[in-house]
Design a binder for this molecule. Structure first.
Ligand code: DC
Length: 223
């Protein structure tokens, strides 16, 4: 199938910018498919951690990605059929994912898998390089961000809801460190590409952000 005519909305941005929540709700509102590309990196990380593979063992990591038994449902993230939705969201898994995401061979390995999500009637994809590398011809590219303090406080709230204790200062530190690593790596660094529209969500509620994105998409359909 020629996928060029399948509309794609990309949402890129730093950790805890709310991309996942917003992308999921926008996809639901439009009846589009949803790609959580970070979950793929996290699944590779989890599979490697389970096998006690060190994050610097690039060859084994790429091999894991090649044979990754990843699947997604509306509510679950599965690794080889096992529900790992909670485990892939852990800080340890995110940290490991951010380390291995710098390997160009891993990114190449995951490229076609990500493009495979482009199916009718459309796709909302979130990550770091959705607009710049994976779907450069997307209909709408958004770079979603918020201050590190606001992102840390959102993550803190999520963790507390799950009964996990965390210090806000430590979360700010770890988010800044991850931003630095994701933004400074040579392979597909986190960046706002020229044709992406900046959406700073500091101080905005989820509903406000979703309706802004839907409004931006409606505008692209008129032009
Ligand atoms: O979005 P997230 O926090 O679930 O992503 C986890 C890590 O995966 C993140 O630190 C960087 C990496 N990642 C990436 O390099 N490219 C993507 N498209 C998505 C995630």
């Amino acid at each position: 199938m020629d996928k060029q005519h399948v509309p794609v909305i990309t949402l890129d941005g730093p950790s805890a910018s709310g991309k996942g929540t917003i992308a999921r709700l926008v996809a639901r509102a439009l009846g589009f498919h949803y790609l959580d590309s970070g979950a793929l990196y996290r699944l590779v990380a989890l599979a490697a951690m389970k096998r006690d593979i060190e994050a610097d063992d690039e060859k084994s990591i790429v091999d894991i990605a090649r044979h990754l038994g990843a699947s997604f449902s509306d509510t679950m993230i599965l690794l080889d059929g096992e529900d790992v939705s909670g485990r892939v969201r852990s800080e340890a898994c995110g940290e490991y994912a951010s380390r291995i995401a710098q390997y160009p061979a891993l990114r190449v390995e995951l490229l076609e898998r990500q493009r495979g999500f482009r199916q009718l009637p459309g796709l909302v994809a979130d990550g770091r390089d959705m607009g710049s590398v994976i779907f450069p011809d997307a209909s709408l590219k958004i770079y979603l961000t918020a201050s590190a303090e606001e992102r840390a406080s959102r993550r803190h709230k999520q963790l507390m809801e799950k009964g996990i204790n965390a210090s806000i200062a430590e979360l700010v530190r770890s988010l800044r460190e991850r931003d630095e690593r994701d933004g400074s790596r040579a392979a597909s660094p986190l960046q706002k590409c020229e044709d992406a529209q900046l959406l700073d969500t500091t101080g905005l509620g989820i509903d406000q952000v979703v309706s802004r994105v839907l409004g931006m998409y409606a505008e692209t359909r008129q032009s």
